[in-house]
Design a protein around this ligand. Structure first.
Ligand code: UDP
Length: 247
């Protein structure tokens, strides 16, 4: 394909946010090598195939969620620190999977651990993206009481990403007016406004992340990661999942 024949992506820079469980495969815990490779391949399809700058904010729910510890009496901050370290494991695994497929990467961690990752430095992250590297942001925001959804929204604003692509794992392929797993009559939205998501308390991302994206005019696409080619289709403007934006 010549350069002029290449399809034109609707965004030039995106933040991709796979939930931790989206790296775990059917069991929902740990890391599944096949799922990881599939995720890496999807990223490469848009990085190399469409020349889109891709930053990834990885979740950590396949290892630990702060809330789990809290429920059993653990100090909330301590529990969130464990959760953030879980995201670092996912980041390193995704880095390995991408690089084995020939895609240069950098991991930047919001909690400094210089032996294994760069610290988060915005300007350096942008430079990596400009050089065609995939930047993986680990350790969320670095602060307890936040989620990786909020970290993804924050990083998207900081690096001037044009969209936040949230890959789900649960078989739910977008935003519905009720949980389609328990309410068979639930209706899927193709698009929806930020305010409607917030007022109806629809399960898209946590409220902080939605409000942040609204204030910074960052569209969010919620989609099912297990479907091959989803990321590419979304970036090319296909109607995949649900887009949350100003309507
Ligand atoms: N976490 C945190 N601060 C952040 C991001 C994450 O404390 O900025 C902790 C929190 O305990 C959270 C866990 O890391 O439950 C894993 O992140 P998250 O639940 O967002 O992962 P996902 O649901 O996307 O797998």
């Amino acid at each position: 394909m010549t350069h002029t024949d290449a399809p034109t992506p609707r965004w030039r820079r995106v933040v991709f946010k796979p939930s931790g469980e989206a790296l775990a495969g059917p069991s929902g815990t740990g890391i599944d090598p096949a799922t990881l490779a599939h995720t890496a391949q999807s990223i490469i399809e848009i990085r190399q195939g469409l020349d889109v700058d891709v930053a990834v904010v990885v979740g950590g729910g396949n290892f630990w969620r702060g809330r789990e510890g809290e429920l059993s009496g653990m100090d909330a901050t301590q529990s969130d620190h464990i959760g953030m370290l879980g995201t670092v494991m996912n980041a390193l695994a995704l880095q390995d999977a991408l690089e084995r497929l020939g895609q240069p990467t950098r991991v930047q961690s919001a909690i400094e651990m210089p032996r294994i990752a760069e610290p988060y430095i915005r300007r350096r992250a942008v430079r990596h993206l400009e050089k065609g590297r995939v930047v993986i942001f680990a350790a969320g925001t670095g602060n307890p009481f936040f989620t990786t959804d909020t970290a993804a929204a924050l990083r998207a604003a900081e690096i001037d990403a044009e969209a936040l692509l949230k890959g789900t794992h649960s078989g739910v392929d977008g935003v519905y007016d009720a949980d389609p797993r328990t309410t068979p009559s639930a209706v899927k939205y193709d698009e929806i406004g930020y305010m409607e998501v917030m007022t109806k308390d629809l399960k898209v991302m946590d409220a902080t992340a939605i409000a942040f994206c609204r204030d910074n005019k960052i569209p969010i696409v919620v989609f099912d990661m297990s479907r091959s080619g989803s990321l590419r289709d979304i970036v090319l403007g296909g109607r995949v999942g649900t887009i949350v934006h100003d309507v």
